[in-house]
Design a protein around this ligand. Structure first.
Ligand SMILES: Nc1nc2c(ncn2[C@@H]2O[C@H](COP(=O)(O)OP(=O)(O)OP(=O)(O)O)[C@@H](O)[C@H]2O)c(=O)[nH]1
Ligand SMILES: [Mg+2]
Length: 270
């Protein structure tokens, strides 16, 4: 059950196989988490609040384990979040092509059904794992931890996580990433940051995508950015077009900076 919309998780599949439900992990990702009874039908409001707290606490435990592993290995992880169809996979494909092997990277794809996006990433030349969340509307840290282990991430690399297309629920679930990157496309309307503030508050960067379409729309890009910064005054914004390539150099520089910092932080700790 999701704390936000109460969706059921159904059966989660990772590359077509059921999520491993073991609660112990070997090596650096070991920790214990409390089980949560997710059957909330007929229970009191206070019990539901308790279940929500337990669910998020459990997720945060897995997220911290993921984060410790990533930082110990100098891996810069980004969680891409947006509405369906804003251009996340297209951006990832173009990013992989533009990086052109200069950084080791891997991708975790999240969707309710199909492995279309993982197939697009593999066709672009990067290793990818598809998580199918079934009825779930977001990735959680346990799923991502298992996918990380299956991917066999390289040290000093980049991990790109494409969350399920949903501008609400993924905001609440820490995956252990360094940053959430919210993608807003210019066909969605300027007011989305005001209507769905949690996501814009949780993000470090907003990619304003599909800017190539601006000449054909009434979308006011400055107003959308003003609304986003009203929610999160520190939000960095990059105007981008995944299809034309506009804004890509700034996005790539931001990624490379993050990777350099992740490697430097690992060496500092070691
Ligand atoms: N014009 C234009 N179209 C774009 C751009 N980026 C993506 N698209 C188109 O938008 C549509 C959706 O793109 P996807 O990359 O599949 O979007 P997504 O966010 O991964 O979608 P979900 O995974 O289903 O949430 C496709 O038809 C893309 O070609 C862009 O910068 N400009
Ligand atoms: Mg996609």
């Amino acid at each position: 059950m999701c704390t936000t919309c109460g969706c059921g998780t159904g059966q989660t599949l990772i590359n077509g196989k059921p999520l491993h439900k073991a609660h112990r992990h070997s090596g650096p990702m070991h920790f214990r988490a409390r089980e949560v009874d997710a059957d909330v039908q007929g229970v009191s409001a206070s019990r539901i609040v308790k279940l929500e707290q337990d669910l998020l606490a459990k997720n945060n435990g897995y997220a911290e384990a993921n984060r410790s592993y990533l930082s110990a290995h100098g891996i810069f992880a980004l969680n891409l979040v947006s509405s369906p169809g804003s251009g996340k996979t297209t951006l990832l494909v173009k990013t992989i092509a533009a990086l052109n092997g200069s950084l080791p990277l891997a991708v975790i794809e999240g969707d309710q059904q199909t492995d279309n996006d993982a197939a697009r990433i593999r066709a672009a030349g990067a290793p990818a794992i598809q998580i199918n969340t079934g009825k779930g509307c977001h990735l959680d840290a346990q799923m991502v931890g298992q996918a990380m282990r299956q991917l066999g991430l390289q040290d000093d690399s980049l991990l790109l996580i494409e969350n399920v297309g949903n501008l609400v629920c993924p905001a609440s679930f820490d995956l252990g990433e360094a940053h959430k990157v919210v993608i807003l496309s210019v066909t969605e309307g300027e007011d989305k940051p005001l209507k769905y503030p949690d996501m814009f508050r949780a993000a470090e960067v907003m990619l304003l995508n599909k800017c190539d379409l601006l000449p054909h729309l009434e979308f006011d890009a400055d107003l959308a950015i003003e609304y986003a910064r009203r929610i999160n005054h520190k939000l960095q914004v990059i105007r981008i077009s995944a299809t034309s390539g506009a804004g890509m150099p700034e996005w790539l520089e931001w990624i490379k900076d993050g990777c350099r910092n992740a490697v430097a932080a690992k060496q500092h700790v070691a």
